[in-house]
Design a protein around this ligand. Structure first.
Ligand code: HEM
Length: 412
């Protein structure tokens, strides 16, 4: 908007605290056309009401073929590996009716019941990781805790044999380490993960078990099944969508608690009292306050659409800034305060509409178990570096710290 001062976006200092700049945008240019660091131009939607409406608007397609700059737009859903010639079709780059069919099939296998039954295993993994450093008095919470937990969890859930899980951990690590750097590393990692999954799925087809891959192979809807390629793409997206997000939930969540002593005390009292209601609302609030997904994955206007008074032309990309919407004072009282007991917390951290996070029950479980166990086992946990020394991972979609060094009294 002419005349308004527009904040500097996506700079180094912006990454460590984007909220003031997003606040300015929300006030002065709530639907804002900008050139991203990648050179691609897109609309940023920052107000809660507009963001929620945009997420549910079927005129905004997830399919990159609708991007006006087609050659540039391919593979821009936020999922690595989509620039390869052989683009994978999965939930986050398709629209109904294909999306409806795939989502219905995967929902038959990836059920809340399956996730709930998985809790003891998540607890076991968490305890094992904590055992690895609890007697040492210091650790890097990202590398030693937040990073390995989700990859082992999702591998277990899918039915990846134990002996192969460290390979997947390494490849997944390559994928996020190179997320904003040289594309070669990502492409190599994606290729290896895909080849591995294709081979594993093929093997499982001959001897189905009760893991999620077997469930996906078995799932049928009116006699229809997922094709082998669709199972591979589905496993890939579950791995990818459930991996860096959960690292950030545990990392950003722990950091927010460490930086807000009063709320951390509330959290620790709830742990002692076994107040599960407060622990559940705490995880929701941590996602609203500094969520793992800063910007929802790409959408493209299929036809002219009006959002917040701006005319979006057909083919324009639209980025819904969840981090901005979830701090909108028009929706949340004192939005910049962490309030673990916040009521009516309908945040957009898991998205909204038909692409609402499929893994939300698993994410909530991992967040509750990981953060709960961390602050129970290491009650005097404290940061080992100043907040300004923390480096945030690059990349447009996800938001999380690269490392989180901590200190604590060693526990035997
Ligand atoms: C979709 C957030 C964990 C699987 C989404 C979306 C968001 C999100 C915002 C919607 C994206 C959009 O509309 O552009 C999160 C957060 C997590 C998390 C904050 C916290 C840890 C997980 C986990 C899994 C998962 C653990 C699975 C193992 C998915 C899938 C989709 C999705 C498959 C696509 C759904 C569809 O398009 O129908 N997630 N996610 N997520 N998430 Fe999550």
């Amino acid at each position: 908007m002419s005349g308004d001062v527009v904040p500097e976006l996506f700079s180094w200092s912006f990454a460590s605290n984007p909220y003031p700049a997003y606040g300015q945008l929300r006030e002065s240019s709530p639907v804002y056309w900008t050139r991203l660091p990648s050179g691609v131009e897109a609309w940023l939607v920052t107000r809660y009401a507009d963001a929620r409406a945009a997420l549910a608007d079927q005129r905004l397609s997830k399919n990159p073929v609708h991007h006006a700059e087609d050659a540039e737009g391919r593979g821009k859903t936020g999922i690595p590996g989509e620039r390869s010639a052989n683009v994978m079709t999965h939930l986050l780059n398709i629209d109904p009716p294909d999306h409806t069919r795939l989502r219905r099939l995967v929902s038959k296998a990836f059920t809340p019941k399956r996730v709930a039954a998985f809790e003891p295993r998540v607890q076991e993994l968490t305890d094992r990781l904590l055992d690895g450093f609890a007697d040492r008095g210091s650790a890097d919470l990202i590398h030693e805790f937040a990073f390995p937990l989700p990859i082992y969890a999702i591998c277990d859930l899918l039915g990846v044999p134990q002996e192969d899980q460290d390979d997947l951990r390494d490849w997944a690590g390559m994928m996020i380490r190179h997320g904003s750097g040289p594309r070669g590393g990502v492409a190599r990692a994606v290729k290896r993960i895909r080849a591995y999954l294709a081979e594993l799925i093929h093997r499982k087809r001959g001897a189905l078990g009760d893991d999620l891959i077997s469930g996906l192979i078995r799932a049928s809807d009116h006699g229809e099944h997922l094709s082998e390629d669709e199972v591979v793409a589905m496993c890939f997206v579950l791995l990818f969508a459930g991996f860096e997000t959960t690292i950030n939930l545990v990392g950003n969540g722990a950091l927010a608690l460490l930086r807000n002593p009063e709320q951390r005390a509330v959290f620790q009292s709830a742990l002692e009292a076994g107040d599960t209601e407060l622990l559940d609302s705490a995880v929701e609030e941590l996602i609203r306050f500094d969520g793992p997904v800063e910007i929802a994955t790409w959408r493209y206007a299929r036809e002219a659409v009006e959002i917040g008074g701006e005319r979006i032309a057909p083919g324009d990309p639209v980025l819904v800034v969840l981090a901005a919407a979830d701090r909108d004072p028009a929706r949340f009282g004192e939005p910049d305060l962490l309030d673990l007991g916040r009521q009516d917390n309908q945040h957009l951290g898991y998205g909204h509409g038909i692409h609402y996070c499929l893994g939300a029950p698993l994410a909530r479980l991992e967040g509750r178990v990981a953060l709960g166990s961390l602050f129970t086992r290491l009650p005097d946990l404290r940061p080992a570096v100043e907040p300004e020394e923390l480096r945030w991972r690059g990349g447009l979609i996800m938001r999380g710290v690269r490392t989180l060094p901590v200190e604590f009294t060693p526990r035997i």
